[in-house]
Design a protein around this ligand. Structure first.
Ligand SMILES: *Cc1c(COP(=O)(O)O)cnc(C)c1O
Length: 330
């Protein structure tokens, strides 16, 4: 990996805040505001891209190729910040359940200049990726969870450790975070280990196949730990990283009743969440608060809270999309 200076698209540290309205006596809920990682478009992909785009530029790339669901936050973030780094973005898009957020995110990605390559099914993806790579594009895996991208969350764990030292919050017993491609949870687990924190990571798996997601998340956590110089702490890290598959429901992007209730509870406390990722993770966080066995739970908010209006200003209407792209939202 390169030692190129990072591109700093994000603004750090992101704040930590108490959610008094949803806390209980003896069990306080906190939130890490990675939703505010950038005023242009926030969420967890910004930290990853700081690292990934620096690597791409250091390798002389002029184009990127990445993969995502049609309404992928990762594709939108890669397009926005990739363009700002002077790179063209090829996005291989796969089908996903249609909802308003997915429609808006897809329209924004296209308006921001993503070149969309619709894949009717997952089986077409390797071929499409290969073609773009042969054309010289730098490859960013799904969710931005390359080693470089995941290492961003080792830094994020160090950032939290500094906030705890500065008494912005007590050392949390657990961080609760959504797990899609797994780089966020993996980097956090490795980073907490090398930062000497006691905090556990509860990764809430929201993508399928869940066995594969759990396996690849653990594998990436080991790679990050080695990179971060934490050799020898594998067993401790394994014990600290819990991957909870109980909140996914029928699959990626499909709402659950628990998620819907958590979304409403969060909204009542002023926190806007989504159906695919954060509401399912938040349901798990509320469950830990209800059980009351932990004094401090930190919900890691991975969803952008930046207004989308500017990003969709020049966007095509859904009806005006290339039919092959529009049909990806089912
Ligand atoms: C991408 C994403 C995640 C999942 O992060 P991974 O590092 O892929 O596990 C969680 N929440 C939101 C809102 C996301 O966009």
């Amino acid at each position: 990996m390169s030692t190129a200076p990072l591109l700093r698209f994000g603004t750090y540290p992101t704040p930590v805040e108490r959610l008094d309205a949803l806390s209980k006596p003896g069990a306080t809920l906190w939130v890490k505001r990675d939703d505010r990682s950038s005023p242009i478009y926030g969420g967890n992909k910004v930290r990853k891209l700081d690292h990934v785009l620096a690597d791409a530029r250091a390798r002389g790339a002029t184009r990127l190729v990445t993969i995502g669901a049609a309404g992928s936050h990762h594709v939108l973030a890669t397009t926005i910040f990739g363009k700002r780094a002077g790179l063209e973005v090829d996005a291989i898009l796969v089908p996903q359940p249609r909802n308003e957020r997915a429609v808006r995110t897809l329209r924004a990605s296209l308006a921001q200049g993503a070149h969309a390559w619709p894949a009717e099914s997952w089986s077409m993806v390797p071929w499409l990726v290969l073609r773009r790579r042969l054309a010289g594009a730098y490859y960013i895996p799904i969710g931005g969870s390359s080693v470089a991208g995941s290492m961003a969350y080792v830094d994020a764990a160090r950032e939290l450790a500094a906030q705890v030292r500065a008494r912005e919050m007590p050392e949390p017993d657990a961080i609760v975070v959504a797990v899609g491609s797994g780089g966020t949870a993996a980097g956090l687990a490795a980073g907490l280990e090398v930062a000497g924190m006691k905090t556990r990571v509860v990764g809430v798996v929201i993508a399928t196949p869940m066995g594969f997601v759990r396996w690849s998340t653990r594998r990436m956590a080991r790679v990050c730990l080695r990179r971060a110089g934490g050799e020898g702490a594998h067993a401790a890290m394994r014990a600290r990283l819990e991957l909870d598959s109980r909140w996914c429901g029928e699959g990626y992007g499909l709402p659950t009743p628990e998620g819907a209730r958590a979304l409403d509870a969060a909204a009542s406390a002023g926190l806007a969440l989504d159906a695919t990722y954060t509401s399912k993770a938040f349901a798990a966080a509320l469950d830990l608060i209800a059980k009351g066995r932990h004094a401090n739970i930190l919900f890691w908010n991975t969803l952008s809270s930046a207004p989308m209006s500017a990003l969709v200003e020049a966007a095509p209407a859904e009806d005006a999309l290339d039919p092959r792209v529009r049909r990806l939202l089912r």
